[in-house]
Design a protein around this ligand. Structure first.
Ligand SMILES: Cc1cc2nc3c(=O)[nH]c(=O)nc-3n(C[C@H](O)[C@H](O)[C@H](O)COP(=O)(O)OP(=O)(O)OC[C@H]3O[C@@H](n4cnc5c(N)ncnc54)[C@H](O)[C@@H]3O)c2cc1C
Length: 512
Protein backbone atom coordinates (compact mmCIF):
# COMPACT_ATOMS: atom_id res chain seq x y z
CA UNK A 1 0.00 0.00 0.00
CA UNK A 2 1.24 3.45 -0.84
CA UNK A 3 1.55 5.51 2.33
CA UNK A 4 2.22 8.94 0.84
CA UNK A 5 -1.45 9.77 0.27
CA UNK A 6 -2.67 8.08 3.39
CA UNK A 7 -0.55 9.80 6.04
CA UNK A 8 0.50 13.06 4.47
CA UNK A 9 -2.39 15.02 5.88
CA UNK A 10 -3.38 15.21 9.49
CA UNK A 11 -6.78 16.72 8.89
CA UNK A 12 -9.10 16.99 5.94
CA UNK A 13 -11.85 19.30 4.71
CA UNK A 14 -15.27 18.55 3.39
CA UNK A 15 -16.89 19.00 0.00
CA UNK A 16 -18.64 22.36 -0.09
CA UNK A 17 -21.96 23.01 -1.86
CA UNK A 18 -20.02 25.21 -4.28
CA UNK A 19 -17.63 22.41 -5.20
CA UNK A 20 -20.45 19.87 -5.54
CA UNK A 21 -22.28 22.14 -7.98
CA UNK A 22 -19.26 23.17 -10.10
CA UNK A 23 -18.31 21.28 -13.27
CA UNK A 24 -14.78 22.71 -13.17
CA UNK A 25 -12.74 23.15 -10.00
CA UNK A 26 -9.97 25.62 -9.34
CA UNK A 27 -6.98 24.87 -7.12
CA UNK A 28 -8.05 27.78 -4.96
CA UNK A 29 -11.60 26.42 -4.38
CA UNK A 30 -10.24 23.03 -3.33
CA UNK A 31 -7.72 24.66 -0.99
CA UNK A 32 -10.43 26.92 0.47
CA UNK A 33 -12.50 23.84 1.33
CA UNK A 34 -9.54 22.54 3.32
CA UNK A 35 -9.25 19.39 1.23
CA UNK A 36 -5.64 18.23 1.06
CA UNK A 37 -4.29 17.93 -2.47
CA UNK A 38 -1.75 15.39 -3.68
CA UNK A 39 -0.14 15.42 -7.14
CA UNK A 40 0.32 12.25 -9.19
CA UNK A 41 0.52 12.19 -13.00
CA UNK A 42 -1.72 9.14 -13.53
CA UNK A 43 -4.57 7.76 -11.45
CA UNK A 44 -6.58 4.61 -12.03
CA UNK A 45 -9.86 4.19 -10.14
CA UNK A 46 -11.27 0.73 -9.29
CA UNK A 47 -8.28 -1.43 -8.58
CA UNK A 48 -9.79 -4.58 -10.12
CA UNK A 49 -8.57 -6.54 -13.11
CA UNK A 50 -9.06 -3.54 -15.45
CA UNK A 51 -6.87 -1.26 -13.34
CA UNK A 52 -4.32 -4.02 -12.86
CA UNK A 53 -3.78 -4.75 -16.56
CA UNK A 54 -3.61 -1.00 -17.34
CA UNK A 55 -0.93 -0.48 -14.68
CA UNK A 56 0.90 -3.57 -16.00
CA UNK A 57 1.03 -2.04 -19.49
CA UNK A 58 2.16 1.35 -18.17
CA UNK A 59 4.94 -0.15 -16.08
CA UNK A 60 6.11 -2.18 -19.09
CA UNK A 61 5.99 1.06 -21.10
CA UNK A 62 8.40 2.58 -18.57
CA UNK A 63 6.10 4.68 -16.36
CA UNK A 64 7.55 4.96 -12.85
CA UNK A 65 5.70 3.58 -9.83
CA UNK A 66 5.77 7.07 -8.31
CA UNK A 67 3.78 8.39 -11.30
CA UNK A 68 0.86 5.98 -10.78
CA UNK A 69 -1.70 5.60 -8.01
CA UNK A 70 -4.45 2.96 -7.84
CA UNK A 71 -7.45 4.28 -5.89
CA UNK A 72 -9.50 1.31 -4.78
CA UNK A 73 -11.79 -0.19 -2.17
CA UNK A 74 -10.27 -3.64 -2.81
CA UNK A 75 -7.33 -5.37 -1.10
CA UNK A 76 -6.39 -7.40 -4.16
CA UNK A 77 -7.11 -6.74 -7.85
CA UNK A 78 -8.74 -10.13 -8.29
CA UNK A 79 -10.95 -9.80 -5.20
CA UNK A 80 -14.31 -8.99 -6.86
CA UNK A 81 -13.64 -11.36 -9.73
CA UNK A 82 -12.76 -14.20 -7.35
CA UNK A 83 -15.84 -13.51 -5.20
CA UNK A 84 -18.18 -13.53 -8.22
CA UNK A 85 -16.62 -16.66 -9.67
CA UNK A 86 -16.72 -18.48 -6.32
CA UNK A 87 -20.39 -17.78 -5.58
CA UNK A 88 -21.38 -18.57 -9.17
CA UNK A 89 -19.77 -22.00 -8.72
CA UNK A 90 -16.26 -21.63 -10.12
CA UNK A 91 -13.88 -22.69 -7.34
CA UNK A 92 -10.13 -22.14 -7.80
CA UNK A 93 -9.76 -25.67 -9.18
CA UNK A 94 -12.44 -25.19 -11.88
CA UNK A 95 -11.82 -23.91 -15.39
CA UNK A 96 -12.97 -20.44 -16.41
CA UNK A 97 -14.46 -19.40 -19.78
CA UNK A 98 -11.67 -17.58 -21.61
CA UNK A 99 -8.96 -19.21 -23.67
CA UNK A 100 -5.37 -20.27 -23.31
CA UNK A 101 -3.79 -16.96 -24.44
CA UNK A 102 -6.04 -14.59 -22.45
CA UNK A 103 -3.49 -13.93 -19.72
CA UNK A 104 -4.11 -10.89 -17.52
CA UNK A 105 -0.66 -11.48 -16.00
CA UNK A 106 1.23 -11.47 -19.29
CA UNK A 107 0.51 -8.88 -21.99
CA UNK A 108 2.07 -11.09 -24.68
CA UNK A 109 -0.11 -14.12 -23.88
CA UNK A 110 2.98 -16.30 -24.34
CA UNK A 111 3.71 -18.81 -22.93
CA UNK A 112 0.02 -19.58 -22.94
CA UNK A 113 -1.80 -21.23 -20.04
CA UNK A 114 -1.95 -24.51 -21.98
CA UNK A 115 1.84 -24.51 -22.46
CA UNK A 116 2.39 -23.59 -18.82
CA UNK A 117 0.10 -26.42 -17.68
CA UNK A 118 1.77 -28.91 -20.05
CA UNK A 119 5.23 -28.07 -18.69
CA UNK A 120 4.14 -27.95 -15.04
CA UNK A 121 2.18 -31.23 -15.15
CA UNK A 122 4.52 -32.93 -17.65
CA UNK A 123 1.72 -33.83 -20.04
CA UNK A 124 0.93 -33.08 -23.67
CA UNK A 125 -2.82 -33.20 -23.05
CA UNK A 126 -3.43 -29.40 -22.82
CA UNK A 127 -1.48 -28.86 -26.07
CA UNK A 128 -3.47 -31.57 -27.85
CA UNK A 129 -6.63 -29.95 -26.64
CA UNK A 130 -5.63 -26.55 -28.06
CA UNK A 131 -4.76 -28.27 -31.34
CA UNK A 132 -8.06 -30.13 -31.62
CA UNK A 133 -10.46 -27.55 -30.12
CA UNK A 134 -13.33 -26.96 -30.61
CA UNK A 135 -14.28 -29.62 -33.16
CA UNK A 136 -12.92 -32.75 -31.51
CA UNK A 137 -12.73 -31.53 -27.96
CA UNK A 138 -13.96 -28.65 -25.77
CA UNK A 139 -12.07 -25.34 -25.85
CA UNK A 140 -9.05 -25.41 -23.55
CA UNK A 141 -9.60 -22.98 -20.66
CA UNK A 142 -7.28 -22.39 -17.68
CA UNK A 143 -8.07 -23.14 -14.05
CA UNK A 144 -9.14 -20.16 -11.96
CA UNK A 145 -6.35 -20.77 -9.42
CA UNK A 146 -3.68 -20.64 -12.14
CA UNK A 147 -5.03 -17.31 -13.39
CA UNK A 148 -5.17 -15.71 -9.94
CA UNK A 149 -1.75 -16.99 -8.88
CA UNK A 150 -0.31 -15.50 -12.07
CA UNK A 151 -1.87 -12.10 -11.38
CA UNK A 152 -0.48 -12.14 -7.85
CA UNK A 153 3.01 -12.94 -9.14
CA UNK A 154 2.88 -10.19 -11.76
CA UNK A 155 1.56 -7.69 -9.19
CA UNK A 156 4.65 -8.33 -7.07
CA UNK A 157 6.94 -8.05 -10.11
CA UNK A 158 5.66 -4.62 -11.22
CA UNK A 159 5.49 -3.19 -7.67
CA UNK A 160 1.70 -2.96 -7.78
CA UNK A 161 1.25 -2.90 -4.00
CA UNK A 162 3.34 0.26 -3.66
CA UNK A 163 0.87 2.12 -5.90
CA UNK A 164 -2.34 1.17 -4.09
CA UNK A 165 -4.23 3.78 -2.06
CA UNK A 166 -7.20 2.25 -0.23
CA UNK A 167 -10.45 4.17 -0.09
CA UNK A 168 -13.67 5.02 -1.87
CA UNK A 169 -13.60 7.41 -4.79
CA UNK A 170 -16.41 9.92 -4.57
CA UNK A 171 -16.07 11.85 -7.83
CA UNK A 172 -13.74 12.99 -10.62
CA UNK A 173 -13.98 16.63 -11.64
CA UNK A 174 -12.17 18.59 -14.33
CA UNK A 175 -9.58 21.11 -13.18
CA UNK A 176 -9.34 24.66 -14.48
CA UNK A 177 -5.90 24.76 -16.08
CA UNK A 178 -5.94 21.08 -17.13
CA UNK A 179 -6.17 17.63 -15.60
CA UNK A 180 -8.53 16.35 -12.92
CA UNK A 181 -9.26 16.20 -9.23
CA UNK A 182 -10.20 12.71 -8.04
CA UNK A 183 -11.78 12.90 -4.61
CA UNK A 184 -11.02 9.96 -2.35
CA UNK A 185 -12.47 9.09 1.04
CA UNK A 186 -9.54 7.18 2.58
CA UNK A 187 -10.25 3.81 4.16
CA UNK A 188 -10.85 4.28 7.91
CA UNK A 189 -7.67 3.81 9.86
CA UNK A 190 -5.38 4.65 6.94
CA UNK A 191 -5.58 8.43 7.22
CA UNK A 192 -7.00 11.09 9.46
CA UNK A 193 -8.03 13.13 6.44
CA UNK A 194 -11.73 12.96 5.65
CA UNK A 195 -11.15 13.54 1.94
CA UNK A 196 -8.13 13.76 -0.27
CA UNK A 197 -8.16 15.36 -3.73
CA UNK A 198 -5.70 13.65 -6.06
CA UNK A 199 -4.65 16.11 -8.76
CA UNK A 200 -3.52 14.30 -11.90
CA UNK A 201 -3.09 14.97 -15.56
CA UNK A 202 -4.84 11.74 -16.60
CA UNK A 203 -7.40 9.44 -15.03
CA UNK A 204 -8.46 5.88 -15.89
CA UNK A 205 -11.67 4.31 -14.60
CA UNK A 206 -12.42 0.57 -14.44
CA UNK A 207 -15.06 0.26 -11.76
CA UNK A 208 -16.80 -2.96 -12.84
CA UNK A 209 -20.52 -3.42 -12.24
CA UNK A 210 -22.55 -1.25 -9.83
CA UNK A 211 -24.49 -4.23 -8.40
CA UNK A 212 -26.60 -7.34 -8.91
CA UNK A 213 -29.43 -7.47 -11.43
CA UNK A 214 -32.76 -9.02 -10.42
CA UNK A 215 -35.93 -9.59 -12.35
CA UNK A 216 -38.39 -7.02 -10.92
CA UNK A 217 -40.87 -9.76 -9.90
CA UNK A 218 -38.18 -11.61 -7.93
CA UNK A 219 -36.91 -8.47 -6.28
CA UNK A 220 -40.47 -7.55 -5.34
CA UNK A 221 -40.88 -10.92 -3.59
CA UNK A 222 -37.58 -10.57 -1.71
CA UNK A 223 -38.42 -7.09 -0.46
CA UNK A 224 -42.12 -7.71 0.33
CA UNK A 225 -41.39 -10.92 2.30
CA UNK A 226 -37.94 -9.84 3.54
CA UNK A 227 -36.91 -13.24 2.21
CA UNK A 228 -33.38 -13.30 0.84
CA UNK A 229 -33.02 -17.04 1.39
CA UNK A 230 -35.45 -18.70 -0.99
CA UNK A 231 -35.02 -16.37 -3.96
CA UNK A 232 -31.34 -15.73 -4.63
CA UNK A 233 -29.11 -14.31 -7.31
CA UNK A 234 -26.42 -16.64 -8.63
CA UNK A 235 -23.92 -13.84 -7.99
CA UNK A 236 -24.58 -13.75 -4.26
CA UNK A 237 -23.49 -16.31 -1.70
CA UNK A 238 -26.16 -19.03 -1.77
CA UNK A 239 -24.39 -22.09 -0.31
CA UNK A 240 -27.39 -22.51 2.02
CA UNK A 241 -29.44 -23.68 -1.00
CA UNK A 242 -27.11 -26.62 -1.66
CA UNK A 243 -26.89 -27.37 2.08
CA UNK A 244 -30.71 -27.43 2.40
CA UNK A 245 -31.03 -29.76 -0.59
CA UNK A 246 -28.60 -32.15 1.07
CA UNK A 247 -30.85 -32.36 4.14
CA UNK A 248 -34.17 -32.86 2.34
CA UNK A 249 -35.41 -33.22 -1.25
CA UNK A 250 -36.51 -30.07 -3.01
CA UNK A 251 -37.33 -28.36 -6.30
CA UNK A 252 -35.17 -25.55 -7.63
CA UNK A 253 -36.25 -23.17 -10.34
CA UNK A 254 -33.19 -21.94 -12.24
CA UNK A 255 -33.82 -18.86 -14.37
CA UNK A 256 -31.54 -17.96 -17.31
CA UNK A 257 -29.69 -19.63 -20.17
CA UNK A 258 -26.18 -18.18 -19.93
CA UNK A 259 -22.93 -19.62 -18.63
CA UNK A 260 -23.82 -18.82 -15.03
CA UNK A 261 -27.00 -20.91 -15.33
CA UNK A 262 -24.84 -23.74 -16.74
CA UNK A 263 -22.56 -23.56 -13.68
CA UNK A 264 -25.50 -23.59 -11.27
CA UNK A 265 -27.05 -26.58 -13.07
CA UNK A 266 -23.67 -28.34 -12.99
CA UNK A 267 -23.45 -27.88 -9.20
CA UNK A 268 -27.05 -29.00 -8.56
CA UNK A 269 -26.57 -32.06 -10.73
CA UNK A 270 -23.14 -32.92 -9.35
CA UNK A 271 -24.48 -32.74 -5.76
CA UNK A 272 -27.42 -34.91 -6.78
CA UNK A 273 -25.06 -37.57 -8.08
CA UNK A 274 -22.47 -37.26 -5.28
CA UNK A 275 -24.88 -37.36 -2.34
CA UNK A 276 -27.68 -39.43 -3.92
CA UNK A 277 -30.15 -36.52 -3.67
CA UNK A 278 -33.65 -36.26 -5.07
CA UNK A 279 -33.37 -32.64 -6.27
CA UNK A 280 -35.74 -31.70 -9.07
CA UNK A 281 -34.84 -28.85 -11.40
CA UNK A 282 -37.16 -26.64 -13.43
CA UNK A 283 -35.11 -24.58 -15.84
CA UNK A 284 -36.90 -21.45 -17.02
CA UNK A 285 -35.75 -19.85 -20.26
CA UNK A 286 -37.13 -16.69 -21.79
CA UNK A 287 -36.37 -17.97 -25.28
CA UNK A 288 -36.01 -21.63 -26.13
CA UNK A 289 -33.27 -22.29 -28.70
CA UNK A 290 -33.84 -25.60 -30.46
CA UNK A 291 -31.13 -25.54 -33.10
CA UNK A 292 -28.58 -23.47 -35.01
CA UNK A 293 -29.74 -19.91 -35.45
CA UNK A 294 -28.65 -16.51 -36.76
CA UNK A 295 -29.43 -14.17 -39.65
CA UNK A 296 -26.63 -15.15 -42.03
CA UNK A 297 -25.21 -18.54 -42.97
CA UNK A 298 -21.69 -17.33 -42.00
CA UNK A 299 -22.72 -16.15 -38.57
CA UNK A 300 -25.05 -18.94 -37.49
CA UNK A 301 -24.69 -20.02 -33.88
CA UNK A 302 -25.07 -23.54 -32.64
CA UNK A 303 -27.93 -24.29 -30.25
CA UNK A 304 -30.16 -26.97 -28.79
CA UNK A 305 -32.26 -28.05 -25.78
CA UNK A 306 -32.95 -24.38 -25.00
CA UNK A 307 -29.35 -23.10 -25.04
CA UNK A 308 -27.44 -20.97 -27.56
CA UNK A 309 -23.85 -22.18 -27.69
CA UNK A 310 -20.71 -20.08 -28.17
CA UNK A 311 -17.23 -20.75 -26.78
CA UNK A 312 -16.70 -17.19 -25.57
CA UNK A 313 -19.13 -14.37 -24.92
CA UNK A 314 -18.53 -12.94 -28.41
CA UNK A 315 -17.31 -14.50 -31.64
CA UNK A 316 -13.53 -14.84 -31.40
CA UNK A 317 -12.79 -12.36 -34.22
CA UNK A 318 -14.04 -9.55 -31.95
CA UNK A 319 -10.67 -9.59 -30.16
CA UNK A 320 -8.45 -9.47 -33.21
CA UNK A 321 -10.14 -10.42 -36.48
CA UNK A 322 -12.60 -9.02 -39.03
CA UNK A 323 -15.23 -8.18 -36.44
CA UNK A 324 -12.78 -6.07 -34.46
CA UNK A 325 -11.88 -4.16 -37.64
CA UNK A 326 -15.53 -3.81 -38.74
CA UNK A 327 -16.76 -2.58 -35.35
CA UNK A 328 -14.12 0.18 -35.28
CA UNK A 329 -15.94 1.86 -38.16
CA UNK A 330 -19.53 1.61 -36.92
CA UNK A 331 -21.41 4.36 -35.15
CA UNK A 332 -24.92 4.99 -33.81
CA UNK A 333 -27.70 2.71 -35.03
CA UNK A 334 -25.34 0.59 -37.13
CA UNK A 335 -23.19 -0.17 -34.10
CA UNK A 336 -26.22 -0.93 -31.94
CA UNK A 337 -27.59 -3.41 -34.47
CA UNK A 338 -24.16 -5.07 -34.88
CA UNK A 339 -24.11 -5.60 -31.10
CA UNK A 340 -27.66 -6.99 -31.20
CA UNK A 341 -26.67 -9.38 -33.99
CA UNK A 342 -23.62 -10.87 -32.27
CA UNK A 343 -24.73 -10.47 -28.65
CA UNK A 344 -27.37 -12.29 -26.66
CA UNK A 345 -27.20 -14.90 -23.96
CA UNK A 346 -24.94 -17.85 -24.74
CA UNK A 347 -23.17 -20.61 -22.90
CA UNK A 348 -20.24 -22.85 -23.73
CA UNK A 349 -20.87 -26.29 -25.21
CA UNK A 350 -19.10 -28.62 -22.78
CA UNK A 351 -19.36 -32.35 -23.11
CA UNK A 352 -19.58 -32.91 -19.34
CA UNK A 353 -22.53 -30.50 -19.05
CA UNK A 354 -24.27 -32.18 -22.01
CA UNK A 355 -24.00 -35.57 -20.29
CA UNK A 356 -25.43 -34.26 -17.01
CA UNK A 357 -28.38 -32.54 -18.74
CA UNK A 358 -29.15 -35.62 -20.86
CA UNK A 359 -29.21 -37.76 -17.72
CA UNK A 360 -31.57 -35.30 -16.03
CA UNK A 361 -33.92 -35.26 -18.99
CA UNK A 362 -33.92 -39.08 -19.14
CA UNK A 363 -34.58 -39.33 -15.39
CA UNK A 364 -37.39 -36.76 -15.59
CA UNK A 365 -35.90 -34.66 -12.77
CA UNK A 366 -34.66 -31.88 -15.07
CA UNK A 367 -37.08 -30.10 -17.37
CA UNK A 368 -37.10 -26.80 -19.23
CA UNK A 369 -39.92 -24.28 -19.51
CA UNK A 370 -40.15 -21.26 -21.76
CA UNK A 371 -41.69 -18.10 -20.39
CA UNK A 372 -41.32 -15.20 -18.01
CA UNK A 373 -41.95 -14.95 -14.28
CA UNK A 374 -45.05 -12.92 -13.40
CA UNK A 375 -45.34 -13.38 -9.68
CA UNK A 376 -43.87 -15.29 -6.74
CA UNK A 377 -45.87 -16.09 -3.61
CA UNK A 378 -45.16 -18.16 -0.54
CA UNK A 379 -48.28 -18.92 1.49
CA UNK A 380 -47.84 -20.09 5.10
CA UNK A 381 -44.08 -20.51 4.92
CA UNK A 382 -44.44 -23.58 2.68
CA UNK A 383 -43.01 -23.93 -0.82
CA UNK A 384 -43.14 -20.95 -3.15
CA UNK A 385 -45.46 -20.76 -6.11
CA UNK A 386 -43.95 -19.12 -9.13
CA UNK A 387 -46.45 -17.98 -11.75
CA UNK A 388 -44.90 -18.22 -15.18
CA UNK A 389 -46.36 -16.76 -18.34
CA UNK A 390 -45.52 -19.70 -20.56
CA UNK A 391 -46.18 -20.14 -24.27
CA UNK A 392 -49.20 -22.31 -23.49
CA UNK A 393 -50.60 -19.78 -20.97
CA UNK A 394 -50.04 -19.06 -17.25
CA UNK A 395 -48.56 -21.97 -15.27
CA UNK A 396 -47.82 -22.16 -11.55
CA UNK A 397 -44.63 -23.96 -10.50
CA UNK A 398 -44.04 -25.05 -6.91
CA UNK A 399 -40.41 -24.51 -5.94
CA UNK A 400 -38.39 -24.50 -2.73
CA UNK A 401 -35.77 -22.19 -4.16
CA UNK A 402 -35.40 -19.84 -7.12
CA UNK A 403 -31.89 -19.12 -8.40
CA UNK A 404 -31.89 -16.09 -10.67
CA UNK A 405 -29.03 -16.19 -13.17
CA UNK A 406 -29.96 -12.87 -14.80
CA UNK A 407 -26.56 -11.36 -14.05
CA UNK A 408 -25.09 -8.07 -12.95
CA UNK A 409 -26.45 -4.55 -13.12
CA UNK A 410 -24.68 -2.62 -15.84
CA UNK A 411 -26.60 0.67 -15.53
CA UNK A 412 -23.86 3.32 -15.41
CA UNK A 413 -26.19 5.86 -13.77
CA UNK A 414 -26.32 3.53 -10.75
CA UNK A 415 -22.61 4.09 -10.14
CA UNK A 416 -22.00 7.28 -8.18
CA UNK A 417 -18.73 8.26 -9.89
CA UNK A 418 -19.97 7.49 -13.42
CA UNK A 419 -23.27 9.25 -12.83
CA UNK A 420 -21.36 12.29 -11.58
CA UNK A 421 -19.35 12.30 -14.81
CA UNK A 422 -22.58 12.32 -16.80
CA UNK A 423 -23.89 15.23 -14.75
CA UNK A 424 -20.74 17.32 -14.31
CA UNK A 425 -17.93 15.85 -16.41
CA UNK A 426 -19.21 16.26 -19.99
CA UNK A 427 -19.60 12.47 -20.50
CA UNK A 428 -22.36 11.00 -22.66
CA UNK A 429 -23.91 7.63 -23.42
CA UNK A 430 -23.23 5.30 -26.34
CA UNK A 431 -25.91 3.49 -28.41
CA UNK A 432 -26.11 0.76 -25.74
CA UNK A 433 -26.63 3.24 -22.91
CA UNK A 434 -23.12 2.94 -21.41
CA UNK A 435 -20.30 5.48 -21.46
CA UNK A 436 -19.36 6.80 -24.87
CA UNK A 437 -15.63 6.23 -25.43
CA UNK A 438 -13.35 6.95 -28.38
CA UNK A 439 -11.30 4.25 -30.09
CA UNK A 440 -8.52 5.15 -27.63
CA UNK A 441 -10.94 4.57 -24.70
CA UNK A 442 -10.92 8.27 -23.93
CA UNK A 443 -14.31 9.23 -22.49
CA UNK A 444 -15.77 11.59 -25.08
CA UNK A 445 -16.46 15.13 -23.92
CA UNK A 446 -14.36 14.93 -20.76
CA UNK A 447 -11.00 16.27 -21.96
CA UNK A 448 -9.54 18.82 -19.57
CA UNK A 449 -6.72 20.93 -21.03
CA UNK A 450 -3.90 18.49 -21.72
CA UNK A 451 -5.52 15.82 -19.49
CA UNK A 452 -7.57 12.84 -20.62
CA UNK A 453 -10.00 10.53 -18.87
CA UNK A 454 -10.15 6.91 -20.02
CA UNK A 455 -12.72 4.19 -19.27
CA UNK A 456 -12.50 0.41 -19.76
CA UNK A 457 -14.52 -2.61 -18.64
CA UNK A 458 -18.29 -3.03 -18.38
CA UNK A 459 -18.97 0.73 -18.32
CA UNK A 460 -17.47 1.07 -21.83
CA UNK A 461 -19.39 -1.77 -23.48
CA UNK A 462 -21.21 -0.59 -26.60
CA UNK A 463 -18.15 1.23 -27.93
CA UNK A 464 -15.96 0.46 -30.95
CA UNK A 465 -14.58 -2.64 -29.25
CA UNK A 466 -17.16 -5.17 -27.99
CA UNK A 467 -14.81 -7.47 -26.01
CA UNK A 468 -13.90 -4.73 -23.53
CA UNK A 469 -15.23 -6.55 -20.42
CA UNK A 470 -12.94 -9.58 -20.67
CA UNK A 471 -9.30 -10.19 -19.71
CA UNK A 472 -8.05 -9.87 -23.27
CA UNK A 473 -10.42 -6.97 -23.93
CA UNK A 474 -9.22 -5.08 -20.87
CA UNK A 475 -5.66 -5.65 -22.11
CA UNK A 476 -6.48 -4.42 -25.62
CA UNK A 477 -8.05 -1.32 -24.03
CA UNK A 478 -4.93 -0.90 -21.85
CA UNK A 479 -2.76 -1.10 -24.95
CA UNK A 480 -4.78 1.62 -26.71
CA UNK A 481 -4.60 3.79 -23.57
CA UNK A 482 -0.84 3.25 -23.25
CA UNK A 483 -0.32 4.11 -26.93
CA UNK A 484 -2.34 7.28 -26.49
CA UNK A 485 -0.37 8.24 -23.37
CA UNK A 486 2.87 7.53 -25.25
CA UNK A 487 1.74 9.79 -28.09
CA UNK A 488 1.11 12.45 -25.46
CA UNK A 489 4.58 11.99 -23.95
CA UNK A 490 3.55 10.35 -20.65
CA UNK A 491 5.39 7.05 -21.20
CA UNK A 492 7.40 5.17 -23.82
CA UNK A 493 5.86 3.38 -26.76
CA UNK A 494 6.11 -0.38 -26.47
CA UNK A 495 8.09 -0.99 -29.67
CA UNK A 496 9.78 -4.22 -30.77
CA UNK A 497 12.99 -3.83 -28.72
CA UNK A 498 11.18 -2.80 -25.52
CA UNK A 499 8.65 -5.55 -26.01
CA UNK A 500 11.34 -8.21 -26.37
CA UNK A 501 13.36 -7.02 -23.37
CA UNK A 502 10.26 -6.69 -21.20
CA UNK A 503 8.94 -10.10 -22.25
CA UNK A 504 12.23 -11.69 -21.17
CA UNK A 505 11.97 -9.91 -17.82
CA UNK A 506 8.36 -11.05 -17.44
CA UNK A 507 8.99 -14.73 -18.15
CA UNK A 508 12.07 -14.81 -15.95
CA UNK A 509 10.19 -13.04 -13.15
CA UNK A 510 12.55 -10.02 -12.99
CA UNK A 511 11.14 -7.10 -11.07
CA UNK A 512 10.69 -3.77 -12.88
C1 LIG B 1 -18.33 -14.65 -12.83
C2 LIG B 1 -17.49 -14.01 -13.89
C3 LIG B 1 -16.66 -14.78 -14.66
C4 LIG B 1 -15.88 -14.19 -15.66
N1 LIG B 1 -15.08 -14.98 -16.38
C5 LIG B 1 -14.29 -14.44 -17.31
C6 LIG B 1 -13.41 -15.28 -18.06
O1 LIG B 1 -13.38 -16.49 -17.91
N2 LIG B 1 -12.59 -14.68 -18.95
C7 LIG B 1 -12.60 -13.34 -19.17
O2 LIG B 1 -11.84 -12.87 -19.99
N3 LIG B 1 -13.46 -12.53 -18.50
C8 LIG B 1 -14.29 -13.05 -17.56
N4 LIG B 1 -15.13 -12.22 -16.86
C9 LIG B 1 -15.23 -10.79 -17.20
C10 LIG B 1 -14.12 -9.80 -16.72
O3 LIG B 1 -12.85 -10.22 -17.07
C11 LIG B 1 -14.19 -9.48 -15.27
O4 LIG B 1 -15.48 -9.01 -14.93
C12 LIG B 1 -13.17 -8.41 -14.81
O5 LIG B 1 -12.98 -8.66 -13.44
C13 LIG B 1 -13.60 -6.97 -14.98
O6 LIG B 1 -12.60 -6.12 -14.42
P1 LIG B 1 -12.93 -4.65 -13.92
O7 LIG B 1 -11.67 -4.07 -13.41
O8 LIG B 1 -13.68 -3.92 -14.95
O9 LIG B 1 -13.93 -4.89 -12.71
P2 LIG B 1 -13.60 -5.47 -11.25
O10 LIG B 1 -12.58 -6.54 -11.32
O11 LIG B 1 -14.91 -5.74 -10.58
O12 LIG B 1 -12.94 -4.25 -10.50
C14 LIG B 1 -13.59 -3.02 -10.33
C15 LIG B 1 -13.65 -2.70 -8.86
O13 LIG B 1 -13.63 -1.30 -8.66
C16 LIG B 1 -14.02 -1.07 -7.33
N5 LIG B 1 -14.74 0.20 -7.26
C17 LIG B 1 -15.92 0.50 -7.85
N6 LIG B 1 -16.27 1.75 -7.55
C18 LIG B 1 -15.30 2.25 -6.76
C19 LIG B 1 -15.12 3.52 -6.11
N7 LIG B 1 -16.01 4.49 -6.22
N8 LIG B 1 -14.01 3.68 -5.36
C20 LIG B 1 -13.09 2.68 -5.22
N9 LIG B 1 -13.21 1.48 -5.82
C21 LIG B 1 -14.31 1.27 -6.57
C22 LIG B 1 -14.97 -2.22 -6.95
O14 LIG B 1 -14.46 -2.93 -5.84
C23 LIG B 1 -14.96 -3.09 -8.19
O15 LIG B 1 -15.04 -4.45 -7.93
C24 LIG B 1 -15.94 -12.79 -15.87
C25 LIG B 1 -16.79 -12.01 -15.09
C26 LIG B 1 -17.55 -12.60 -14.10
C27 LIG B 1 -18.45 -11.72 -13.28
Amino acid sequence: MSTDLAVAYASGGELTAGLEAADWWTDRAVAAAGIPVRDVPFVTVGGGIGSFVTVDYLRIAGMQKSSIRVLTNLDRPWQTYEYLTRVSQIPRTARIRSDSASRPDNIWGFPSYALQEAVRDRTLAPLWQVLLEPLFTDFYTPRLGTVLDGVEREAGRIGYWDMVVPGEVRMVRRRVGGGYFTVLTPRPGTSSAKRVAVRSRDVHLAVGYPGLKFLPELQQFRLAHRDFTHVVNAYEDHEHVYAALRSRPGTVLVRGGGIVASRILERLMADRARYGLQTRIVHLLRTYVDGSHGPHAWSRRRGGHGFAYQGFNYPKSVWGGQLKARMRHLDGEQRASAYAEMGGTTTAFRRGWQRQLAEGRRGGWYRTMTGTIEQVRRPDGGPMFVRVRAEEGPVEVAADFVIDCTGLDADVTEHRVLDDLLRHGGAGLNPLGRLDVERTFELRGTASGDGRLYVSGAAALGGYFPGVDTFLGLQIAAQEITDDLARRGMCNRIGTARSLVQWLKCVTGREI
